[in-house]
Design a protein around this ligand. Structure first.
Ligand code: BT5
Length: 247
């Protein structure tokens, strides 16, 4: 909290040593009716969550954070929060001197390797969002077991001040979230396009049981990826897993 330059995000911070998943804690806290902008941080997670039941490994030295947001949006548009967060993380990593870029929908890469994953979970009624849990995991000074992953420390060849980086990230998130609230998703989308590593690439996108291969053309107003396939048609993919095949 000390030195944090934000007004909304991180007014209340719950800092845990070890927990299962910060997203799970944040959900419990949100269900009891906590203020918007409350942040849950953990030094380590024993059961960090990825999408679709996958695991996120958050060893000591990494950043595991969940932010409780209450945007007045249609539940259909909740994925725009994931894309927004990818923009904010990219800005913070660039601010720390790294050439970060976004891989649709929820990854941030440095040198083609995953440095951050984002998991948004929602509590909603038919047409209104009660709250969104924005979960962000960043590899900072921790070790990563995967060839496909990297850390800030590995890329910068030095330890990073984790508190300062967390503050910078919350500042970037707040800036983008206020823009989102005031002006909608369009300005965020322009930043997203600028920071994207996916657009223009040949990609292979898997969603449910289908695999779509083609060139990533754009992302539309609801965060869906538009892929131009070999027969020239455009496929709109609402969510899925994206593999970059080549530039
Ligand atoms: C994600 O899922 O990337 C979402 C990760 C969200 C983590 C944050 S931490 C704070 C909050 N609390 C939680 O419990 N979760 C959130 P997905 O796109 O499904 O990617 C998961 C895949 O990433 C795994 O199957 C691994 O292949 C890979 N992976 C796991 N841990 C990693 C790490 N530390 N760095 C890079 N890749 C990792």
């Amino acid at each position: 909290r000390h030195g944090l330059q934000t007004k909304l995000l991180g007014r209340k911070v719950i800092h845990l040593n070890v927990t299962g998943s910060t997203n799970t804690v944040a959900r419990q806290v949100a269900e009891r009716g906590v203020e918007e902008g409350t942040v849950v941080l953990a030094e380590t997670q024993s059961h960090g969550k990825g999408r679709l039941g996958r695991k996120w490994v958050a060893k000591p030295g990494s950043l595991a954070m969940s932010v409780i947001l209450k945007p007045a949006i249609d539940p259909m548009h909740a994925s725009s929060i994931t894309l927004m967060a990818a923009v904010s993380v990219t800005k913070a990593l660039r601010g720390a001197g790294l050439e970060a870029a976004i891989k649709w929908p929820n990854d941030v890469l440095v040198n083609g390797k995953k440095i951050c994953g984002i998991l948004t979970e929602m509590s909603a009624e038919t047409d209104i969002v009660n709250f969104i849990i924005l979960g962000i995991g960043v590899n900072v000074n921790n070790d990563v077991p995967l060839e496909t992953a990297t850390t800030m420390k590995a890329e910068l060849s030095r330890e990073v001040d984790r508190v300062k980086f967390t503050q910078l990230l919350l500042e970037m998130l707040e800036e983008d979230y206020l823009t989102f609230k005031e002006e909608g998703f369009t300005p965020i989308l322009w930043s997203w396009r600028r920071y994207s590593d996916t657009l223009g690439r040949l990609v292979e996108v898997t969603y449910q049981d289908e695999v779509v291969t083609g060139v990533a053309q754009d992302v539309d107003e609801d965060g869906s990826l538009l892929v131009k396939t070999a027969d020239g048609s455009i496929r709109k993919i609402v969510s899925g897993d994206c593999k970059h095949l080549r530039g």
